[in-house]
Design a protein around this ligand. Structure first.
Ligand code: ZN
Length: 1010
């Protein structure tokens, strides 16, 4: 693209005046000069050189260099929806219009070649880009080539780090970075990650950024105590060693904490949204302030630089939705730079310049220092005493579940698009497309989306975007399943199975159930479908009868609900088709086991299978003991629901609990009820204890045959707030395990971090909130252990969790609040309607410490990528008359070993697929079964649906070939690091080390489907 731009430049000319260096006459010009003039402006620019650090501005090596970073922070939804922000509608909610920001910034950059600007959110930028003329696009390409417009981060959004799953983070970064790669080539590739607003930072995020090839990472929000400490010890900038498993420097990321979150210094905000006065340099004017401003700036720069180690410091000149009138900002910055640097003639040793995060980073790298290292994360985040941002770990649990479920569905959609090839996109059901759901999922990762910190109407709009993304994926699935099965059936997606509604299975006398398994290993899955009462015959793909049973729900709210259960066995990356026929409804009552009410029974209330027994107190109906029969482990575990009374502010602090912040008014939670009304269901295929705690809180504790975990399906809501008390509901497991203040949580669903109550690994914590200050994000799992026995709880969405007392473990499942917490959203978290009523699952594993990882790793994988159940009438016309329909299919020639997770299989372009393989065990995690050992795979004939004809390995976000990617090198103060080994890719022997993800772009040929 660069050559095209240059060709255009040569042809242009005839403009009366070229822009000299830094004029301040921009205000007199029209917003966008006529095109021929623009080309000359571009010609006059400093860098007809290569992109990257070569276009960085020159600095003064013997002075303090202040890097001014002109930027805007554009939330992809928060107080307004994505579209309301982009177009600038709904002025009454917030004054913000991203399209005007980009228009204005481009004009302002053209007005002066020394000006620089960074842009971050590709969800907005790509939309704006597609609305520009070819001429404007050429101009923007040239600005990017010259480093005057730089992209930082480059994800579709700036994702949240607490409530996001690593798979979805990788997907959203891939989407954004791909746009930049396709549009600007290497010139547009961001060198730095830029997470200036997320409310705390996960270690996994740093590891992922590192694997994506970023040279450095800048962040804004860290705990106020942590920041104070770092400023004093000059540890605002460090080397983050973000993985306990990956070989350094794979997950090493240089990380800098910005001085002022992401805002400009006080008194220096020159935006239409700010109140600070402009620079007035005319001494005759009564408004003259230049001298004072310059002196203020010099003092500020020197004082700020005390907290940093080099003779470079950075100032973020911009904030939320700023630069709508970019001239205001740039005109004042031009003056500031000129006036401050003029003081050098009077002996000042401060040099101020337009810069970018990448150019600042480049200077730090050139300083050639050794840097201290960090191994933990930046959770939880507090911006003051009693102000812990740990509520959003749970806020909007329904949206959090919808997001996680959509991740599951998107991967199924991606995989079937890859397995069926072009037949998935164009087929008998119309145009199938994974892109809308991919984009919607990327939007959901934004730090006000899945975090639950947007306004209600914006949360509704996020859900709308997901729902609209599902549609084209359903068409794609129908096309692909018809193609792969050879039968053009009418497929039905029962989206309300979580509340046991599916019209087809409830009405039809016979139907087919296609179960698709997105894992690289066979799964056995208990299918549960709402049906009318009766006796059913279920047959497997080979026509053999499989055991089934109909369970009648004992709960009063789902009276007359009958569910058909049968266990489906599904091959790796493939499907099995089961047929279901209603034999008779006459003797239904006789064959359907009746639930047995258990109110005051003297004999033991328990459910069990071959691996687990769960015992309940006959007096209270609560779970009191779990037994692992295989390992001969018995642990008293009492589980119940409690609620914290949300603070509305008190004498100690006015801080209230809100969408972001968790602050209980008392540290002791109150029980929802000390006992539960129970009913027992036992059939050959399931054993359940139904517990009813109150009108708004119930639970089913469940065991299926062959299952090594106990399933707790809870239903909570709508939480009553008629008493004006906000309530934060937890499920708590109390055991006798001696845990010594320690518990463990996952980081974005991948590596595990140790947590210690009232403790931070890098500073002496002054704990102000004994509960909220010990809450951590739980993406997929939390566990406690006494060194021998481990109790693990897996979640089906992100939640907040903790171990507030030894032997105890709790997860916050829902919260409903009456006050706003004054962090900007301006609404109490008071969901009504469908968001108020939440159902979810906790999967509980009791195991020895040695074998626990094998259990929770494989179970978490199965939970995140659960099988997709698709119904159809059956009897569809054959797709291809030559081939007989097939009722079973696997996209793999052989299963992958248990330590390997197929993270991504997706269409990349015509005849091109994106493939990611991941080692899902950490070093030393599974010593007994060797699941932590490196694994070597042969990719050449791994897939049955297509043949890989060529293979290229890339960095994690697939925007750079691995062979040519290089990152800046940083020296830790802990000594020299191992040398990297030369790169060689042998598709016949691809080795995965523990926790390693390898990303490939594969050219493929789909095999004939017969
Ligand atoms: Zn933000």
């Amino acid at each position: 693209m660069g050559s095209v731009a240059r060709a255009l430049l040569v042809r242009s000319g005839g403009c009366p005046r070229a822009a000299g260096p830094r004029t301040s006459s921009g205000a007199l010009r029209p917003p966008l000069p006529p095109l021929p003039c623009l080309f000359l402006v571009l010609l006059a620019a400093p860098g007809a050189r290569a992109a990257g650090y070569e276009t960085c501005p020159t600095v003064q090596p013997d002075m303090l260099n202040v890097h001014l970073v002109a930027h805007t922070h554009d939330d992809v939804g928060w107080l307004k929806t994505v579209d309301q922000y982009y177009y600038g509608t709904k002025e009454n909610y917030q004054h913000a219009g991203v399209q005007y920001i980009l228009d204005s910034v481009i004009s302002a950059l053209l007005a002066d070649p020394s000006r620089r600007f960074i842009y971050v959110e590709i969800a907005f930028f790509s939309r704006w880009w597609h609305q520009q003329t070819n001429a404007t696009q050429e101009i923007v390409r040239e600005l990017v080539r010259q480093g005057r417009l730089e992209f930082a981060n480059g994800g579709w959004v700036m994702n949240d780090e607490a409530a996001t799953h690593y798979g979805a983070i990788v997907d959203q970064m891939t989407l954004g970075l791909r746009f930049l790669e396709d549009t600007f080539g290497n010139d547009g590739r961001p060198r730095v990650a830029w997470h200036i607003d997320p409310f705390g930072h996960s270690r996994e995020q740093a590891s992922l950024f590192s694997q994506m090839g970023f040279d450095g990472f800048f962040l804004g929000r860290i705990d106020y105590q942590d920041k104070l400490e770092r400023e004093g010890t000059q540890e605002m900038e460090q080397l983050w060693q973000a993985s306990a498993s990956l070989r350094p420097p794979i997950a090493d990321l240089f990380t800098g904490v910005l001085p002022n979150i992401y805002n400009p210094p006080n008194n220096l905000c020159w935006d239409v949204l700010c109140d600070d006065g402009p620079v007035v340099e005319d001494p005759q004017s009564p408004e003259y302030n230049a001298k004072d401003l310059v002196n203020y700036f010099l003092r500020l720069a020197v004082s700020q630089s005390q907290h940093y180690r080099t003779n470079h410091t950075v100032m973020t000149m911009g904030s939320d939705f700023q630069y709508e009138n970019a001239n205001m900002w740039f005109k004042n910055l031009d003056k500031l730079i000129r006036l401050v640097n003029a003081e050098q003639a009077n002996g000042s040793r401060v040099n101020v310049l337009y810069s970018t995060p990448a150019c600042y980073l480049w200077e730090l790298n050139k300083a050639n220092l050794t840097w201290s290292v960090k191994h933990d994360d930046f959770f939880p985040y507090a911006d003051g005493p009693h102000m812990f941002w740990t509520g959003y770990f749970t806020s909007r649990p329904a949206l959090k579940r919808y997001e996680r479920l959509s991740y599951n569905f998107l991967q199924v959609c991606n995989q079937l698009e890859a397995l069926a090839g072009p037949a998935a996109n164009v087929g008998p059901y119309g145009s199938g497309n994974s892109a809308p759901l991919n984009e919607a999922m990327a939007v959901l990762q934004h730090h006000d989306a899945v975090s639950g910190t947007s306004r209600q109407h914006v949360a509704d709009d996020y859900a709308r975007q997901l729902a609209e993304g599902w549609g084209p994926c359903e068409v794609l699935l129908s096309n692909a399943l018809a193609w792969l099965s050879g039968s053009k059936d009418v497929f039905t997606f029962c989206l309300n199975l979580n509340i046991s509604i599916c019209p087809l299975s409830q009405k039809a006398a016979s139907f087919q159930v296609t179960v698709y398994n997105p894992l690289a290993r066979k799964v056995d899955w208990m299918v549960r479908l709402p049906v009318t009462k009766g006796v059913f015959l279920v047959r497997d793909p080979n026509g053999r009868t499989v055991q089934s049973s109909v369970v009648v729900s004992p709960s009063t709210e789902q009276k007359d609900l009958s569910e058909l259960l049968f266990s489906a066995s599904v091959p790796a990356l493939g499907f099995s088709v089961y047929s279901v026929d209603l034999l008779t409804s006459r003797d239904a009552q006789a064959r359907t086991p009746k639930p047995r009410p258990k109110n005051s029974s003297s004999h033991i209330l328990a459910i069990e299978n071959e691996y687990i027994r769960a015992t309940f107190s006959p007096k209270t109906g609560l779970l009191v003991e779990i037994e692992n029969l295989e390992k001969n482990l018995v642990l008293p575990v009492q589980q119940a629901f409690f609620w914290y009374n949300a603070s509305v502010g008190d004498r100690i602090s006015s801080q209230a609990s809100g969408a972001y912040i968790f602050r209980p008014s008392q540290q002791q939670p109150l029980p929802v009820r000390r006992w539960a009304q129970t009913q027992l269901v036992k059939t050959a295929l399931v054993q359940e204890v139904h517990q009813n705690f109150s009108a708004w809180c119930s639970q089913v504790v469940r065991l299926y045959p062959g299952q090594r975990h106990l399933e707790l399906e809870w239903t909570v809501g709508p939480i009553p707030v008629g008493d004006s008390w906000g309530k934060e509901v937890i499920s708590r497991f109390d055991t006798s395990l001696e845990t010594d203040g320690v518990f463990y949580t996952d980081s974005n669903g991948r590596e595990i971090l140790e947590r210690r109550r009232d403790y931070r690994p890098t500073w002496n914590l002054n704990q102000t909130e004994p509960v909220a200050g010990n809450y951590y994000p739980v993406n997929t799992r939390i566990y406690i252990t006494d060194g021998k026995v481990q109790l693990t709880v897996l979640t089906d969405r992100s939640q907040g969790g903790s171990s507030v007392r030894d032997g105890s473990l709790e997860l916050m499942v829902h919260r409903r609040l009456v006050k706003d917490d004054r962090r900007g959203v301006g609404e109490p978290l008071l969901e009504s309607g469908s968001g108020a009523w939440v159902r979810g699952r906790h999967l509980v594993l009791l195991d020895t410490v040695q074998t626990a990882a094998a259990g929770h790793r494989l179970l978490a994988e199965k939970e995140v990528l659960a099988p997709q159940v698709v119904l159809s009438q059956g009897g569809g016309a054959p797709y291809n008359l030559r081939a007989a329909p097939r009722k079973q299919f696997s996209g793999l020639r052989r299963e992958l070993p248990p330590s390997v997770h197929l993270l991504t299989l997706a269409r990349w372009g015509p005849g091109m697929l994106l493939l990611r393989l991941e080692h899902q065990f950490a070093v030393g995690e599974d010593s007994l079964r060797n699941l932590s050992s490196p694994v070597t795979l042969d990719l050449r004939d791994m897939f049955s649906a297509f043949t890989i004809t060529s293979l290229q390995e890339t960095t994690l976000a697939a925007n750079q070939p691995w062979a040519t990617a290089s990152r800046l090198k940083w020296r830790p103060n802990t000594g020299p690091r191992p040398r990297s080994t030369p790169y060689l890719l042998d598709p016949a022997a691809v080795t995965l080390e523990p926790m390693e993800i390898r990303t490939f772009l594969a050219s493929v040929q789909w095999n004939e489907n017969d």
